[in-house]
Ligand binder design. Structure first.
Ligand SMILES: [Fe+2]
Length: 350
């Protein structure tokens, strides 16, 4: 047995390829498609709050929530053909003005909200009212009814993260409008934070959810901050990312949602993390702090409320060169990669 040595004339090959094209068939040996390692079309990018906030306020002047189902500015990666910050996930800025509601609907895509500005507006998820404050994480997972309202006297602005590019690629998207503008709020027994908000303690009488997403839809910043500060005082932290915590499903210990994992990270004053890369795309939001990240060899300076994206298999390291702690929120499609046995990570040598 040996490799065969068949040779044809260029004319004969081109004639054959033309025939194949006419029959919608492609010879794989000239098609490429296999790379030695992941190479994202997306590029590392940063969107600064100093640009985002005025444009969100301008959108609030120009477009009402009756015209726009959601008043959302989509952060668009310069090199991706679709309108998304990263390959499988979007990162959006949403604004709801005082007195406004964003009507109730549900969809197969899963979503998260990381509150940036405003305190006291709320999201209703399957009848549960979740109050929102800066730094809070709110989930509106796959096929849960959700609407938003702002009964405060200032704008409510948050970062939206959704897996819609992935769901679209899988051709698995459903969408439905609620029969009313807003859901009826179920007081008391429905509050997920009352049931699941104390980490490590789970109500025994609650049946295990049939869905894989976290039944705790609200992760307040005050809890996350306290946990990070305790760990900092304890001089804890891992070798790659320092002090980083995952928002978990309190029933399974797994990621917050099957398609999106969420994290919060504290960079102590002067801290520099180790450069590493992983098979997942990651979107970061600077809850507070100032510093920079080196992503794929390029330095991106960031400060309070900026958003930046790290494509898959791209080295990133974070530096807090200020004299106060920095808090980074991030969300990734790592659960998808892990579920498919595609996840890898590695530290940069040297
Ligand atoms: Fe939605």
């Amino acid at each position: 047995m040996k490799l065969s040595d068949i040779k044809s004339s260029e004319a004969e090959l081109q004639d054959y390829y033309a025939q194949l094209r006419s029959q919608h068939i492609t010879p794989a040996w000239i098609g490429g498609g296999i790379t030695r390692e992941p190479k994202s079309k997306a590029v590392p990018w940063v969107w600064h709050w100093r640009d985002l906030r005025p444009q969100a306020m301008r959108a609030a002047q120009l477009v009402g929530t009756e015209q726009a189902e959601r008043r959302v500015l989509r952060l668009t990666n310069p090199e991706l053909p679709g309108l998304s910050a990263s390959n499988t996930m979007v990162a959006n800025i949403q604004i709801v003005m005082p007195g406004e509601v964003a009507r109730a609907h549900r969809h197969s895509g899963s979503a998260l909200r990381l509150i940036i500005e405003g305190k006291g507006g709320y999201t209703v998820v399957n009848g549960a009212r979740l109050s929102m404050a800066p730094g809070d994480l709110v989930l509106t997972p796959n096929w849960t009814w959700h609407d938003h309202a702002n009964d405060t006297d200032g704008p409510m602005i948050w970062l939206d993260g959704l897996d819609t590019p992935l769901v679209r690629m899988l051709e698995a998207g459903f969408y439905e409008e609620y029969h009313k503008e807003t859901q009826t709020i179920v007081e008391g027994a429905g509050s997920p934070f009352v049931k699941y908000g104390e980490g490590g303690l789970r109500p025994v009488w609650e049946a295990e959810p049939a869905t894989r997403y976290s039944p705790l839809w609200h992760y307040p910043m005050f809890q996350a901050r306290a946990a990070l500060e305790r760990l900092a005082a304890d001089r804890s932290g891992g070798p790659l990312d320092g002090i980083i915590l995952e928002y978990t499903n309190p029933v399974t210990g797994g990621p917050a949602m099957p398609t999106i994992a969420c994290f919060i990270q504290m960079l102590r004053a002067g801290e520099r993390t180790q450069a590493h890369r992983s098979v997942c795309c990651t979107n970061y939001h600077v809850i507070e702090g100032r510093g920079y990240s080196i992503v794929g060899g390029t330095r991106f300076d960031w400060e309070d409320k900026d958003v930046f994206t790290v494509p898959t298999w791209t080295f990133r390291e974070h530096v807090n060169d200020s004299d106060r702690p920095a808090f980074l929120f991030s969300f990734t499609d790592a659960p998808v990669m892990r579920a498919l046995d595609l996840y890898r990570e590695e530290a940069k040598a040297g």
